[in-house]
Design a protein around this ligand. Structure first.
Ligand SMILES: NC(=O)c1ccc[n+]([C@@H]2O[C@H](COP(=O)([O-])OP(=O)(O)OC[C@H]3O[C@@H](n4cnc5c(N)ncnc54)[C@H](OP(=O)(O)O)[C@@H]3O)[C@@H](O)[C@H]2O)c1
Length: 312
C-alpha cells in the first residue's frame, strides 16, 4: 500500500557551499540536561544525521558531548552529520555575533557549523541576560540594530570559513524578502513552524522558487493534543497505510519538499520518527485539504520562545 521510496535518506542541497541537509532533523529543545544526552544519543543511533541546536536551549554542551561519544562509538565522521545552532536575540549587535558563534562552537565541541541561524528577527537588549525585562515584566527590545545589520555579521562568518551556511528562523515573507534582496550571501534556510494546520504555502512557494530550504519545526504540532497528531484525517490515513500518526505527519512534510525537525525523547520514539516511508498521492492530497488553521508557537509575535523556561 505504501510506495517504496526511502524518505529517511533524503538530503536537500543548500544553494551555496558544499552542504546537503538531511531532510529528517532531530531538534534538541530538551530542557533536562541528562535527557538531552540520552535523546541525542538515541537519535544518532536511530539514524538521524541532522541536529538542530540553539544557544538559547542552554544545552549545547550536552548535545556536543553526546555527539562526540556517539560519533566515536559508531565510527561516524563529523562530515557525515549536519549541525546547526542559532544566534540568540540578545546577540544581534554585529560586534556580538562572532563571539556568540565562537561560544556555541566551543560548547558544542565542533570546529565548524553546517548552518548558523538568526533564532528570531527580534533584537533584545544586548548582553548576557537572554531574557531582559523591564520593571513591568516586559521584554526590553533593542531598536538600534536592524536585522540586516545582524545579517551582514552573519555573512562574515561564512567568509571566514567556520560556518558553511546561514539562515533565518521565525520569519515570514515580510522579513525574509528584504533580507533576501539585500543579502550578499542569501539565506540558505528558513526554519519556521509548519504542519498541516500551518502549511505556510506562500512562504514555501517563495523558498522553492529561490532555492531556500524550508525547515519545518513542530511537524507534530509540538505534540500538543488536540492537534495534528489526533486529526481524524491523519488517524484515518495512519490506519490505512499501517503507519503511526507521527510517521504520517513526518512523511507528508518531507514529501511536500520541506526538511523537518522533530524531538523524540526516547529510543523507541526516535526509531519510530526515523522510520518513515512515502505516502500515496491520495493521502497527500487529503492532508492538503485539511482546513483547520492554528499557529501553536507564539515566538514569531515577540521573539519570546513558547517552549523554553524563562532563563533564571
Ligand atoms: N526556531 C524556533 O523558534 C523553534 C521553536 C520550537 C522548536 N524548534 C526546533 O524544532 C525542534 C522540534 O520540536 P517540536 O516540539 O517542534 O517537535 P515535534 O516533534 O513537533 O513535537 C515534539 C513533541 O511531540 C511528541 N512526540 C514526539 N514523537 C512522537 C511520536 N512518535 N508520537 C507521538 N508524540 C510524539 C513529544 O512527546 P514527548 O514529550 O512525550 O516526548 C514532544 O512533546 C525543537 O527541538 C527545536 O530544535 C525551533
Amino acid at each position: 500500500m505504501i510506495e517504496s521510496s526511502d524518505l529517511r535518506m533524503k538530503r536537500i542541497p543548500l544553494h551555496y557551499g558544499t552542504g546537503q541537509m538531511p531532510a529528517l532533523g532531530f531538534g534538541t529543545l530538551i530542557p533536562d540536561p541528562a535527557l538531552t544526552v540520552t535523546a541525542t544519543r538515541d537519535a544518532l543511533e536511530a539514524g538521524f544525521r541532522h541536529f538542530d541546536c540553539a544557544e538559547r536551549y542552554g544545552n549545547e554542551r550536552e548535545v556536543g558531548r553526546a555527539l562526540e561519544a556517539g560519533l566515536a562509538s559508531r565510527l561516524i565522521a563529523r562530515a557525515d552529520i549536519f549541525v546547526t545552532t542559532k544566534l540568540w536575540n540578545s546577540n544581534h549587535r554585529p560586534e556580538r555575533v562572532e563571539p556568540a558563534f565562537q561560544a556555541s562552537l566551543d560548547r558544542l565541541g565542533v570546529k565548524y557549523l553546517d548552518l548558523y541561524l538568526i533564532h528570531t528577527p527580534f533584537a533584545f537588549q544586548p548582553g548576557d541576560d537572554q531574557d531582559p525585562r523591564d520593571q513591568n515584566g516586559n521584554v526590553i527590545y533593542d531598536h538600534d540594530v536592524t536585522l540586516l545589520d545582524t545579517w551582514r555579521a552573519m555573512e562574515s562568518l561564512v567568509d571566514h570559513g567556520k560556518c558553511r551556511a546561514i539562515g533565518l528562523s521565525d520569519v515570514g515573507l515580510n522579513e525574509l524578502r528584504p533580507i533576501y534582496e539585500s543579502a550578499r550571501i542569501k539565506p540558505a534556510v528558513v526554519q519556521v513552524e509548519s504542519h498541516p494546520y500551518l502549511p505556510e504555502a506562500e512562504l514555501l512557494e517563495f523558498c522553492k522558487e529561490k532555492g531556500v530550504v524550508f525547515l519545518a519545526f513542530a511537524p507534530l504540532g509540538h505534540g500538543i493534543k488536540p492537534g495534528p497528531l489526533e486529526d481524524p484525517v491523519i488517524l484515518s490515513i495512519a490506519t490505512r497505510v499501517r503507519k503511526t500518526p507521527a510517521q504520517v505527519l513526518l512523511a507528508w512534510a518531507v514529501q511536500r519538499g520541506t526538511a523537518l525537525l522533530t524531538t523524540p525523547r526516547t529510543a523507541a520514539r526516535a526509531r519510530e520518527n526515523f522510520d518513515i516511508s512515502s505516502l500515496p498521492q491520495d493521502a497527500l492530497e487529503e492532508i492538503n485539504q485539511i482546513q483547520n488553521r492554528q499557529r501553536l508557537n507564539p515566538v514569531v509575535k515577540s521573539g519570546v520562545p513558547g517552549f523554553i523556561p524563562k532563563a533564571s
